[in-house]
Each structure stands twice: as C-alpha cells, then as structure tokens.
Design a protein around this ligand. Structure first.
Ligand code: DGL
Length: 265
C-alpha cells in the first residue's frame, strides 16, 4: 500500500533547503513539503518568547493542513528554543536541527571550534550544554550574525554575497582571542551552508565547515524505515506563510531542490 503522507520541512526562510538537500538524496521516494515562514522572518533577532509562541502554533496548523508523517524543524533557532514545546504539542515525530558541535569536536586538530549561528541560537543554554557534553576539551568560540542570514537569502535569489561582507562576518569569530586557531566552523544556522563555499574562499586560513544536514537525513531514514512511499512522489511543494513579491527570483533555487509548487498558507 502506498502512503502519500509527506515529510514536512520548516524554516524561517530558504535555509532549511540545506537540510532538505541531503534528505532528498537519501530518500528519493519521499514526497516533500517545504515551508518557509517568511511572514516571521528573520527568527534570529527575535526573543525566545516570540519563537516559543510562534513556532508550535504554526507547526500545529501545518500538521493539520498537510498531514505529514514527520516534521523536520530545519532551523537551529527554532529547534534550540522550541523543540520540547513542539514535541509536547504534536503527536508525530519531530526532528530538530541543533548545532553540530559533536562532529566538529571529533575532527578539530587545534581544539578550537567556531560556532556561527544567529544571535538567538548562540546565546541558548542548549549550546552551552552541547559544548559541555561533546567539546569539553575544546575552546568553543561563538558568533551570531543576522547579516549572513540575509546574504544567504539573497544568494538563493541570484545575488552572490560580497566577499568583504563575508570576511567581516568571519572576523566575528577569527578576531576573538584565540580565534586564529579555529580550524572547524559549525554552521549553526541552516542558512549558512548555502554560502559555505564562498565563506571558505575568504577565510584567513583553511577551515572546515560542518553542519547537521547528513545526520538529519540519516535520522529521517531511521525513523521512517519500513514505511511505504508513493511510486512516484512527484515534485515537492514550497509553501510560504506570507505573500512574497519575488517568487520569480526564488523559483529557480526551489526547482534545484525539487520544489515547484509555490503556495501561500
Ligand atoms: N535558518 C535559521 C536557523 O537555522 C534562522 C534564520 C533566521 O531567520 O534568522 O537558525
């Protein structure tokens, strides 16, 4: 029996595409709905209370409307703040996206890791906890950038980020005391892997970037093993929470991720 229920991915914008990409590659039979809460964008400069109120309510509406088999919160800001509340409120598997500090600690040679996220994410106790549990023997330097989120949104709309802007963002990590020893950067915002190659090109020395995309894909495969999928999943559906004027600019990037139906909630 074929089961049409989709996997629903959720982010404030296009960042979650960096999580959707590896999941599509691993699960080609899966139908996808990708939701960008552009009506609430950006999340990273909002308060904890705003995120904790907005995200569970919106996901409740989305679960009713699209009847997914599983939801991926493809956003570090929403996950590090609202994951427990969402899990308590919804009766279906919820996969979160949290900073990939554990894999970073496994590969650093200098013992100094940079964590690049939104302002909201880098101040979360959740990040303190990950650093204490998985990187206790490392120096973990953090930097929050709202600008990098905007640069990634623009990049997906066809405007490449200016190298000097990226250099300035990275200086927020490398210019901290001991920052010259950073050899691994955790992209702790799902927008940032979308511009990781460009960041690597302007970094003051070679650095590796890590994120949670591959691990999340494996987690979804594990949670859905044994389930049936439609014979032909068709193209995925892109959903925005507010009307947006530049659909024509974002449509080519959505198409690259297998998303072609653009609708407003
Ligand atoms: N992509 C989101 C994250 O992973 C947040 C970006 C934003 O809206 O500030 O944190």
């Amino acid at each position: 029996m074929s089961d049409p229920r989709p996997l629903l991915f959720f982010d404030s914008g296009v960042g979650g595409l960096s999580v959707l990409g590896p999941a599509r590659a691993l699960l080609p039979q899966a139908p996808f709905v990708y939701v960008a809460d552009n009506g609430g964008y950006p999340y990273g400069t909002r308060s904890e209370a705003e995120i904790a109120a907005r995200v569970p309510a919106l996901l409740g509406r989305l679960a009713e409307r699209y009847r997914p088999r599983l939801i991926v919160i493809a956003c570090n800001t929403a996950s590090t703040i609202a994951l427990p509340v969402v899990r308590a409120a919804l009766d279906l598997p919820i996969v979160g996206t949290v900073p990939a500090i554990k894999p970073a600690a496994a590969i650093t040679r200098t013992g100094t890791i940079g964590v690049l996220g939104t302002d909201a994410t880098v101040r979360q106790p959740y990040v303190d906890d990950l650093a204490a549990r998985f990187a206790a023997d490392c120096t973990v330097l953090r930097h929050g950038s709202a600008e990098l989120v905007d640069l990634a949104e623009a990049a997906l709309r066809g405007t490449p980020p200016a190298p000097e802007r990226l250099r300035a963002v990275l200086a927020g990590l490398f210019d901290q005391p001991g920052g010259d020893r950073i050899d691994v950067i955790v992209n702790a915002c799902t927008h940032f892997p979308l511009v990781a190659a460009e960041m690597g090109a302007v970094a003051p020395h070679p650095v590796r970037f890590v994120d949670g995309g591959d691990g999340i894909a494996r987690r979804i495969a594990y949670l859905t093993q044994g389930q049936s999928w439609p014979a032909d999943p068709g193209m995925g559906k892109a959903v925005f929470t507010a009307p947006q004027g530049d659909t024509h600019l974002i449509a080519p990037a959505l198409a690259r991720y297998g998303l072609d139906i653009v609708e407003t909630l």
